[in-house]
Ligand binder design. Structure first.
Ligand code: IVH
Length: 837
């Protein structure tokens, strides 16, 4: 039996009820899609929709042609039929308004258009203007008010039959709305994809490891031309109606805006914003154009200009056509946002978070109204994919307000290729090919700002400078983090002061903060105020990457100090004293906050707490080695590496030392957890870098040396692979350091705290089942925690199960638990039960 019939028991229903429900649902859809004013919640719509599906399943003979259930796509086609347009689908002539260096539009072409119309009509025309949608044109044919055909533009004379696909687009009425509908109507309009739906679609494409679409127009075109309309149905397309091509003579609109009004009555979405420019003169048209240009980026869909049409239909007919375009309308396109220029150099920029961005330095070029001298190449992968090289001619794009980017290289113009083509260069001459400007781009190994290593972690597109606080570019950000509430919580020291302290070079290391004096802060304010007077003009109209990029100088100084409530004229130094007080108080903080404040990559609050609770004091945390760190419950290889590496960088270690010397006290952690459960030979051995040992093999190795760690370094009877690994200097160092560290923490590993059962005996013998993925713990980790307090973990749910711990995408086990009435908890609740943070 059909699903819907199961849900809705057979009831007798009349044909009229089906018709009424169809009409009601179509009204809701119209309110939602074309009027943007839904009157019922989505859930109610869905309920009624299922009701209609159920009735239709019962009485298929009464399914209405405009039933919303018919929008899902039917059979897969083997190809599209062709449709001859009764009225050809024409194109529009273009007009451009280039922008001057000062940013003013030059509308000469539009004045010429206005003049031509004037001449031809011998009277003053009125125009209607509307957005020029960047989608694809289609023609919809309605007979007796019902959609019977949808066709693409094709070559203008014949197009493809995309009726099935168009039916899935909810903004296209399947039946014209209202009592008064024409017998024949052909509507022209644009199918497009909203920017937000485009972003969603590309996210899904990427998740499914499919190629993303280049832009919403390509996505819309690809989606409309699907032989399987079920795919189109999933793609969320939209439709705006902008013209009537055919209409029987029961309706006689006199103007373009009359036509739009009729289309709106029949349930179509018509070009928004155009109420601003109906029956307008050329001056109003141009104001509208400039308005649309300025709001372009914020519109929910892409437009590439404005379409200007003579409003009066009689005048339109009078004006007629030239070749394949009407004389009465013009596409007033926005200035080109792409231009050709040459790459003079490729640099890398360091962002405030250490992100490294390759940037092409360009021969200045005027694009979309601004002079562009830099364009981002996003990241190393992008730069290599586009293969941009110094000397290349490139296409630069400025999309809306975003940072200009290099779109592609004009390969034929690459100096080497061009020279080779003209016989002036021998491509096979190694000396030539070695020249740096002919080489593909490579990220430098060291940060151009501070010289620290640039690191790129596996699976991450973005490379980062590892300098942190030691890198001028990142210093302000690092310090803002250091003093933030969850870190050292330095009251009174805000972002604006930090940016000044850093840009004036008054603070270069964390410890410098604790050495600030009243005189320093006053000097800082004085310098900021003076700089203000010379420095409050910024160049205009230059889209320079460095202006918008993370690295840019601190925002305008004038707002930094003088605003805010720190200033009290009666006590002129009060603000500075407040800051100094805040700093003094922030000397003593719990170890975990101190660790978090250091800004070690991948160490968030939770990891910092783990480290503190595992090792107790700073000296032990900083001496812990990578394989030992990786034994802790929430810490994987990447985090362990990051922590161990941080404390082994001499400059970072020196910074920490200086903090202690400046009187900062990371308080020893009182709440500790039992390390012996986590740090065991088989575990840390299996977590050594550069070698993959399973815990079983690691245990075997440990047994081979009879539990004597030293022998791992010297025994020549151990497996070849092991000996090869340990003979590498780096590996040997890690192993040696680990053995030393373990001997130091020996007491921690020995002290067996009170058995778990005594601590938390409520969980002894309780059975847990883990399902789905937990937000912070792997299943193994969760299991270890459960077992540490005497609980058991089982693979399947039964009546004997005490708790099912469900994470994301929990499947049948969760369903079974619910069925059996077993308690279902999440990770947070599990942590509470286990009394682990
Ligand atoms: S009216 C006689 N209005 O522009 C042509 N076209 O180059 C009547 N377009 O393929 C077209 N927005 O897809 C008109 N508001 C609008 C438009 C628009 C976009 C597209 C249309 C056509 C192209 C003409």
């Amino acid at each position: 039996m059909d699903f819907f019939q199961r849900q809705y028991p057979m009831t007798s229903v009349t044909q009229q009820q089906i018709i009424d429900l169809t009409t009601q649902l179509n009204r809701y859809a119209r309110e939602y899609y074309t009027q943007d004013a839904p009157s019922v919640p989505d859930a109610e719509y869905d309920r009624l929709f299922r009701q209609l599906q159920a009735w239709e399943a019962q009485y298929p003979q009464w399914v209405q042609p405009d039933s919303p259930t018919q929008r899902v796509g039917g059979e897969v086609l083997s190809g599209f039929g062709s449709v001859t347009h009764q009225v050809p689908m024409l194109s529009l002539n273009n007009a451009f308004s280039p922008k001057s260096e000062q940013g003013a539009f030059n509308h000469a072409e539009m004045y010429a258009f206005d003049e031509r119309i004037h001449q031809a009509l011998r009277q003053t025309p009125l125009y209607t203007a509307e957005p020029k949608f960047d989608g694809l044109a289609i023609s919809l044919r309605y007979e007796q008010g019902v959609l019977i055909q949808a066709a693409t533009r094709g070559d203008g004379a014949t197009g493809e039959d995309v009726t099935q696909n168009a039916r899935t687009i909810r903004a296209i009425p399947l039946r014209l709305h209202g009592d008064s509908v024409p017998d024949l109507l052909e509507v022209r309009g644009e199918v497009l994809m909203l920017k937000s739906d485009f972003a969603d679609l590309n996210r899904r494409q990427l998740a499914a490891e499919q190629k993303p679409f280049v832009n919403p127009r390509n996505a819309a075109a690809g989606s409309l031309r699907q032989l399987d309309a079920k795919i189109t149905a999933k793609r969320r397309l939209y439709f705006f109606a902008y013209a009537i091509a055919l209409l029987d003579d029961t309706f006689t609109p006199a103007s373009h805006d009359d036509e739009l009004a009729l289309l709106a009555c029949w349930g179509f979405a018509i070009p928004p914003e155009n109420t601003l420019c109906r029956r307008a003169d050329m001056a109003q048209v141009l104001t509208f154009y400039e308005h649309m240009h300025s709001i372009r980026a914020s519109l929910p869909f892409e437009i590439d200009g404005v379409v200007v049409k003579v409003n009066d239909l009689t005048q339109q007919r009078q004006l007629g056509f030239v070749s394949r375009a009407p004389r009465f309308a013009i596409a007033h396109k926005f200035p080109a946002e792409e231009a050709l220029t040459q790459v003079e150099a490729i640099d890398v920029q360091v962002g405030r978070t250490g992100a490294i961005t390759p940037v092409a330095r360009l021969k200045p070029v005027f694009v979309g109204g601004v002079t562009v001298t830099n364009a981002t190449l996003h990241n190393e992968g992008e730069a290599r994919r586009k293969d941009v090289r110094v000397g290349d001619t490139v296409v630069v794009r400025r999309a809306g307000d975003v940072i200009p980017e290099v779109v592609s290289v004009v390969l034929a113009k690459r100096p080497m290729i061009a020279a080779a083509q003209s016989g002036m260069l021998n491509l096979f001459d190694d000396a030539v090919a070695q020249q740096s400007q002919y080489q593909p781009f490579e990220l430098p190994a060291h940060c151009p700002v501070c010289g620290h290593e640039i690191e790129c972690e596996e699976g991450e597109a973005v490379a980062r400078c590892s300098g942190g606080m030691l890198c001028q570019a990142q210093r302000a950000q690092a310090l803002i983090h250091f003093s933030s509430r969850k870190a050292m919580d330095i009251d009174g020291l805000g972002q604006r002061q930090i940016e000044l302290l850093v840009s004036q070079n008054r603070v270069r290391h964390f410890a410098d903060v604790y050495r600030l004096t009243l005189a320093d802060l006053q000097a800082m304010k004085y310098e900021a105020d003076t700089a203000d007077n010379d420095n409050n003009r910024l160049p205009e109209n230059i889209a320079d990457v460095s202006d918008k990029n993370e690295i840019s100088a601190p925002s305008k100084n004038n707002v930094l100090i003088t605003s805010g409530n720190n200033i009290d004229t009666a006590q002129p130094t009060k603000w500075a004293e407040n800051i100094l007080n805040g700093i003094a108080v922030a000397r003593i903080r719990p170890l975990h906050r101190f660790l978090y404040a250091l800004g070690i990559r991948h160490v968030g609050e939770r990891t910092a707490k783990q480290l503190a609770q595992a090792f107790g004091d700073l000296a032990t945390v900083s001496a812990a080695t990578e394989p030992v760190l990786a034994c802790l419950p929430d810490i994987g290889g990447v985090v362990a590496h990051s922590v161990a590496h941080f404390f082994r960088q001499p400059e970072q270690a020196a910074q920490v030392e200086e903090l202690l010397a400046a009187g900062v006290v990371p308080e020893t952690e009182s709440k500790r957890f039992n390390l012996s459960g986590f740090i065991q030979p088989a575990r840390w051995l299996s977590r050594l870098p550069n070698i993959k040992l399973s815990e079983i093999r690691a245990q075997a190795l440990w047994d081979l040396v009879g539990g004597k760690g030293e022998a791992l370094l010297t025994d020549t009877a151990l497996p070849q692979e092991w000996q090869q690994w340990r003979n590498q200097a780096v590996n040997q160092t890690i192993l040696r350091e680990t053995l030393v560290f373990l001997s130091q923490i020996e007491p921690l590993l020995q002290t067996q705290p009170a058995p778990a059962a005594e601590q938390n005996n409520t969980l002894v013998g309780k059975t847990f089942v883990l399902t789905g993925s937990l937000p912070n713990w792997s299943r193994d980790e969760a299991q270890q925690h459960i077992e540490a307090v005497g609980g058991k973990v089982s693979g399947s749910v039964s009546k004997k199960t005490d708790y099912v711990v469900a994470g994301v995408a929990a499947g049948s086990k969760l369903a079974k638990a619910e069925h059996l009435g077993v308690a279902v908890i999440d990770e947070e609740e599990l942590r509470q039960l286990l009394k682990v943070m």
